[in-house]
Write a protein that binds this ligand. Sequence first.
Ligand code: PGA
Length: 255
Amino acid sequence: MRKILLAGNWKMNKGIKETEKFLKELKNEIEEEIFEKIDVAVFPPFTSLYIASILLKNTKIYLGAQNVFYEKEGAYTGEISPTMLKEIGVKYVIVGHSERRIITRENDEMIAKKLKAAIEEKIVPILCVGETIEERERNIHKEVVERQVQEGLKFLKEDDEFIIAYEPVWAIGTGKTATPEIAGEMQGFIRGKIKEIFGKEKGEKVRILYGGSINSKNIEELISHPEIDGGLIGGASLKKEEFLSIIKNSIRSLK
Ligand code: PGA
């Protein structure tokens, strides 16, 4: 059984003060029992990671980062290395989010190197893949996602731990959530590719999350789909009440 992961991607939101308030409240209000059934992680921006790591010490809420560079140190102005993230206590890192692929022009080669570099520091990368609306309309969405998966994973070995997040670009921040059928179909396709690359056993083990306009109302039916092992949640993870409702409602689908 793959354990559900709910990952709150804060994007460029919440500085130190807001992070402090949010996490103090979250850790007080979250119910301990949920951690037996699901993993919960938050992904603050870089400047809030340190305070978040202090606040999350001795809790079961995991810490994640939204990006990483592929070198350990050196003349790379503006970048943050996996070693630095490890020192802060980061467990997961998002790699290849569509906002980075599109706005900051990250390509598959960079993304592949980032995954490898994260794994070398024992940080679990979450590789984001997903097609644009034009690609879906042209019926090349599977081809696009297949390339992103194959290229992104090309430096990894079977026993490296990684997670995939299927995030159709047309569903991110638009309120147009993919139906469980659409997401499930693509995620089954992605799992098939992972089996082709690393073998059946690994393919069965890898967690594949869905991301794109998840909220407390649609989480239950999404998670109920056998191919959806959790969610990468943007906007709805910023409000504590909504994030707590998402957690609660996803537990319902496991019963
Ligand atoms: P959203 O973002 O939930 O606001 O659509 C998801 C993501 O980009 O990870």
